[in-house]
Ligand binder design. Structure first.
Ligand SMILES: Nc1ncnc2c1ncn2[C@@H]1O[C@H](COP(=O)(O)OP(=O)(O)OP(=O)(O)O)[C@@H](O)[C@H]1O
Length: 321
């Protein structure tokens, strides 16, 4: 795999896919992960999303050979983590990086470098890549949460892995750090790597991810491209008229569900074109006719709410076999 930090700019989009098949983990009789299946394709950033306790970390732990599935499989390039001869060169992860507070960031990296078959030069390169230059000889115990995230990311990248799995990588990063991370993840995907990033907030990753896998209560509730997720958003249209009475009669005639908004109305469940056509046909003058922005967070909350049933998800376009 071509390194993000190497001088070469060519890359081969041949990274392995992640395949999770009917994965189940039961703790004390309760399923933390419950028959979960999804695929993560190379060359894209996939958001692994769900509320607290949805089973994201447990799934990632099974993917990385840190927990044994009760049933099902989690595969990277068709093999389990443990079946890979040198897994650190196949998949890099920020999960459980094992920081020793008394050790410096550089010493931490060096301790993980040998199993990845890399030396001090690669460690220095990664310190620079994650923005820890100048802090690498300080004890990790004195690092901020954001600095630990950066060190965890550097650790994940030691073996230049084609598959990158990050658990809540934006936690603790400041706004500049989040933008930096977004660019880095986009770059990994552009290099053809398979990138899976967990988060409990869609808003946090919606400018970063191409695909989404959404889980709740250990089960898959939705998997699609981010664009297809937007199709599930309820449409609504802002409308206003200098003739409020005429607009009111139109609303009543059409039986539209409306709410007052600024000096006009928000028409629920009706697209702007349809509102415009109806107003034109009825001779109602309009001063404002504007579709409401798609609120992906609303879709995410609806899909993951305790009362929601799994959405009629189209086959995951990210599926690669
Ligand atoms: N080792 C364990 N022993 C018992 N229960 C566990 C264990 N690990 C996880 N669980 C339970 O499994 C469920 C899923 O937890 P998990 O940490 O995978 O969720 P998550 O989606 O990563 O949540 P968060 O966003 O809060 O990190 C939770 O109910 C949790 O309490």
């Amino acid at each position: 795999m071509t390194s993000t930090t190497s001088t070469s700019t060519t890359s081969t989009p041949s990274a392995p896919a992640i395949e999770v098949e009917a994965l189940t983990k039961v703790y004390g009789g309760l399923p933390a992960v419950d028959g979960l299946s999804f695929t993560v394709r190379p060359g894209a950033v996939t958001g692994f999303l769900g509320p607290n306790g949805a089973g994201k970390t447990t799934t990632i732990r099974m993917l990385l050979g840190l927990a044994e599935p009760t049933a099902g499989r989690a595969l990277i390039g068709g093999r389990t983590y443990r079946e890979h001869r040198r897994p650190a060169t196949v998949v890099g992860s920020s999960l459980e990086p094992g920081f020793h507070p008394g050790r410096s960031g550089m010493d931490h990296l060096r301790s993980f470098a040998a199993p990845c078959g890399v030396g001090a030069a690669r460690c220095r390169e990664l310190v620079a890549l994650v923005g820890l230059e100048g802090a690498e000889h300080r004890r990790v115990g004195g690092y901020s949460m954001g600095m630990r995230q950066r060190l965890g990311l550097a650790t994940a990248l030691l073996g230049d892995p084609p598959v990158i799995v990050l658990d809540e990588p934006a936690n603790g990063l400041d706004p500049q750090g989040i933008v930096w991370l977004r660019h880095l993840l986009r770059q990994f995907a552009a290099e053809g790597r398979t990138v899976l990033v967990s988060s409990h907030a869609l808003r946090e990753v919606q400018h970063t991810v191409d695909d989404v896998v959404i889980v709740a209560r250990g089960r898959l509730v939705h998997a699609s491209s981010l664009a297809s997720l937007a199709d599930l958003a309820a449409v609504a249209t802002y409308v206003s008229s200098p003739d409020g009475a005429a607009l009111g009669r139109l609303v009543a005639h059409q039986a539209w569900r409306v709410a007052p908004h600024e000096s006009g109305l928000l028409v629920h469940d009706v697209a702007a074109a349809q509102v415009g056509d109806a107003a034109f046909a009825a001779g109602v003058p309009l001063h404002r006719l504007e579709p409401r922005d798609v609120d992906l967070e609303e879709v995410f909350l609806r899909l993951t709410s305790p009362t929601s049933a799994p959405s009629a998800t189209a086959p995951h376009p990210a599926a690669v076999r």
